[in-house]
Structures are given as structure tokens and as C-alpha cells.
Design a protein around this ligand. Sequence first.
Ligand code: NAP
Length: 330
Amino acid sequence: MAASVTILEARLAHDGAEPITADSFDVVERELEDAADGELVVDVRYASLDPSQRIRLRPEGPGFVPPAGIVGTVARSASDRFSVGDIVVAPGSWATTVRVPAAAAERYDAPEGVALHHAVGLLGLTGLTAYFGVTRVLRPLAGERIAVTGAFGGVGQVAAQLIAASGAEVLGVAGGAEKVEGLRRLGVVGVDHRSADWLDEVDRWAPDGLHGVFDNVWGAASARLVERLRPLGRVALCGQMSGIGAAVTEPLPLDNWFRLVTRSLTIQGFRAADYAAENAEARRALGDLVVSGALDQETHLVPGWAAAGPAFAESLVGGIAGKLVVEVRS
Ligand SMILES: NC(=O)c1ccc[n+]([C@@H]2O[C@H](COP(=O)([O-])OP(=O)(O)OC[C@H]3O[C@@H](n4cnc5c(N)ncnc54)[C@H](OP(=O)(O)O)[C@@H]3O)[C@@H](O)[C@H]2O)c1
């Protein structure tokens, strides 16, 4: 029996229902036992920090280690499906090394020239979510005018570029000049919802109204966009960042819900997990677009678990520009 290894993990420092701040996590050293039958020990290289982790924290107490999608190198294998040195993606946690059931891990073959951290972002949950939300739910048509909220977030960046790739016109709605400039680098027209005249900009961009909204926020800005939908307009509802801090869902602050009838509007929510059977095909499609240069995701890399908690807290109030990823080992 091989010896255990010493790892670092980030643990919740208080009740999960309390606000998440820069001091909400402690980084603690502990021993991790060797892989049991059917398990892998994986040295984490990159880990994804996602808003849904906030929801997982809410019912938990001090000591809870949040889950995270990870990509890493197999350090020990007690499964005949994987060998030491394999690169895998797996459901892990906020830790430097994790033990995972081999059945939950997938071998990761990075598309040529694509940086490894994209395994947990562009080709991970955020990319897959954008892919299914755009191709299965929103289904943009060439020439349509579609707005994306949270457009410089992990999902929003990919959704905006996929909508543009479908031939529709896309407007990225984001908070602050830095994010609008980031969208411009990705070839997406952006508008800053913190500026006083942002709705005038939307109206100039879509004088006949919007055909669709890809919504990550479900907040005040989302409501103003829904009010601008044309007859038969549609919303692909991906998330509710406006309530994420407290992990509660508020009603959309829409002036008149009856416009769903008067304008024949559709609001369709979706979960990427509903399409999990198509993940491999979606990853291939996303990878092809990345390799061809048609798709990218700007990443905010944080160095290690000590820096992760403060960055995660910032992300819950819109303070991070780009997909948030922890660089655990490069
Ligand atoms: N349906 C699914 O299967 C699925 C899967 C994955 C993720 N999601 C959801 O998709 C959404 C986006 O995820 P992501 O990974 O792109 O997140 P992200 O990278 O953290 O970006 C989210 C964006 O939301 C805005 N935001 C952040 N805090 C906010 C607040 N308190 N109030 C209003 N806006 C806020 C920010 O945009 P601005 O400040 O620029 O406006 C931020 O850029 C989340 O709601 C997430 O839960 C859904």
C-alpha cells in the first residue's frame, strides 16, 4: 500500500448562508489517502471556479471543501482504464490533489495548440453550456439581432461568439469599460450597462427590437432587454447571476409580464446537464472552432488556492473580467 500524500485544500470558514467575502476560505494542509480500487489520484493543474459553487456552499458549514471541475495528471491509478501520466478532466474539489472515481474521469486530448486551462473553461462546463444554449435553445438565424447578458463572463463570451458564428448580429451587455474592450478583442460589439445611456445604445443597435436574448443574469438589465423583444422573440435563460450572492432566485423585474402574451414571447430555461450525452460531439465542434481561430475565451487565471477565495468572492459581484480559473500547477 503506497503512502498518502500531503495536499492543500481550501475550506469554507463559516456558515455557507453568510455572504461570501475574501476571508470566507481557509487553506489547510492535510494527508490524502492513496487511491482505493476503481479510483484515481489526480494532481490538479487547473480548476474552474463557477457561480454554481456558490449555490453548493449555501447549505454547508465551516470545513466544507467546494467542488470544482478540474484538469490534471493522473499520479496514481487503481483502474485499468487510466495510467499514471494520463491527462484527465474530472469532477474534483478546491484542492491541489484529488481522489476521484475513475468512472467519473475522462481522458483529455487537447486540440493542437489549445492551452490546457481551456479544458475547464472553453471546452469545459462554460463552453458546453454556451454551446447547448445557443444551438439547442436560442437557435439564432442569420440576420437576427440578439443580446447576451454577462457577456464577458465564461459562458457569455462563448455564447456571443457562437451566435456571431451562426450569422446573427450580437450585442454583448457587460458591466464596465474593461469588459466592453475585452468583447471588442473577441470581435463582439459591447455595451456597458453601467453607463447612463446604455439603453439608447441598445435602441440604436436594434431600432426594430431584439429577436432574442441569451440571459445569464435574470436581473434589471435582462428585464430592460426583454421589454425590447420583437413579437415572437425568445430568451434562452442560462443563469441568474443577480441572485447568486445570496443564492436565491428573485422574480425578473419586468414591468409587464403580460407582454409574454401580447408579443408571443418565449422564455426557455435550460441546463447543460440535460444534453450531457452530446458532450463529446459538442467538445469536438467547439475545439474545431477554436483551432480555426473563430472562437476564444479570455481567462482570468489566479495563482493557487490562497488567491482563489478572494477572486471567487469578487466574481459574485461582477468584479472579475473573463473566465475564472485557478492555476494549481502549470
Ligand atoms: N444552465 C446551465 O446549465 C448553466 C451552466 C453553467 C453556468 N450557468 C450559469 O450561467 C451564468 C454565467 O456563468 P459564468 O460561468 O459565465 O459566470 P461568470 O464568468 O462569473 O460571469 C457572470 C457574469 O455575470 C455578471 N454578474 C456577476 N455578478 C453579478 C451580480 N451580482 N448581479 C448581476 N450580474 C452579475 C457579470 O457580468 P457584468 O458585471 O459584466 O454584467 C459576470 O461577468 C451563471 O448564472 C451560471 O450559474 C448555467
